[in-house]
Ligand binder design. Structure first.
Ligand SMILES: NC(=O)c1ccc[n+]([C@@H]2O[C@H](COP(=O)([O-])OP(=O)(O)OC[C@H]3O[C@@H](n4cnc5c(N)ncnc54)[C@H](OP(=O)(O)O)[C@@H]3O)[C@@H](O)[C@H]2O)c1
Length: 254
């Protein structure tokens, strides 16, 4: 289901959260926004060094972050995360901010190794993050919020793998939702349709952009009170291409 808004529901109290992709731009800001609201945050990243850098960047609040070093694009890493979350008991919210922007050759010129690598970082990692996390979401009320971007909605020439994996990531979330039998566990996609910039940079931008605090606020709003019937929320401005005129059914087949 697609919408450009989220509607209020009984707000969920966020006591604990996990952030996948915590070493990335959006991920580390999510960690900070959650810590500022006194949420216990498990920050999942692939390396000690990356998570140390986030801790340093957080300043004083960094001491409160709980680092989980694991590569969720591998079975080993995802099992480790699953184990850590199981030990904690019910998690109130999970955020998946894995995989960033990529530009390269058109699909017809793309080598298989690059394609495989992007499937792993932009899709398999989302699958394994969900597989490791969803079973530990609190049954009495919780939310899984995955970040996504414009390439999901629109075919981006030169960023084909990001479009293909983004569309698949949307369906991944839909299937997780369809398979979920705990009625109070919600799934949301936050599709940020413009580049994200630091706070205060939007007025000088030459194109439509979204400031990072608006992204983290929207993600937390979805986690707390997203409409359970709405999977995708778009943030930003874009103009969908006009719909193609459907063919009439008189073409010769066979
Ligand atoms: N930034 C934007 O302008 C923007 C705009 C619209 C939507 N978004 C959405 O926001 C989300 C995050 O984007 P971002 O800009 O924060 O990206 P980013 O800064 O490049 O961060 C990507 C994160 O994904 C992790 N990652 C990459 N490959 C991985 C793999 N194979 N296994 C596990 N983790 C992996 C990275 O870990 P390492 O640090 O270890 O590499 C990093 O934590 C994406 O879904 C994107 O579509 C971003």
């Amino acid at each position: 289901m697609t919408t450009s808004g989220d509607s209020p529901a009984t707000p969920l109290r966020l006591g604990s959260a996990v952030v996948h992709g915590a070493t990335g731009y959006v991920g580390r800001h999510l960690v900070r926004a959650l810590l500022l609201e006194d949420v216990t945050v498990l920050a999942v990243g692939r390396s000690d060094a990356g998570l140390d850098a986030v801790r340093e960047w957080l300043g004083e609040a960094g001491a409160l972050m709980r680092p989980v070093v694991a590569d969720v694009s591998t079975d080993e890493g995802s099992h480790y995360v699953a184990d850590q979350l199981r030990r904690r008991g019910g998690i109130d919210a999970a955020f998946a901010a894995i995989g960033g922007w990529w530009e390269g050759p058109d699909l017809v010129d793309l080598d298989t190794a690059t394609w495989d690598g992007l499937l792993r970082s932009h899709l398999t990692a989302h699958f394994l993050a969900a597989r490791s996390t969803v079973p530990s979401l609190a049954p009495q009320g919780s939310a899984y919020v995955a970040l996504n971007g414009i390439a999901t909605l629109k075919p981006e020439a030169g960023s084909g793998p990001v479009s293909v994996t983004g569309a698949a990531q949307s369906m991944l979330l839909e299937v997780l939702r369809a398979e979920e039998d705990r009625p109070r566990v919600r799934f949301h996609e936050l599709c940020v349709v413009n580049p994200v910039v630091d706070d205060g940079q939007a007025p000088d931008a030459r194109e439509a952009v979204v400031e990072i605090t608006d992204v983290t606020a929207a993600a937390l709003r979805l986690a707390r009170a997203g409409d359970p019937t709405v999977v995708r929320t778009e943030l930003g401005q874009w103009q969908p291409a006009p719909a193609a005129t459907p063919h009439s059914g008189d073409s010769a087949v066979g």
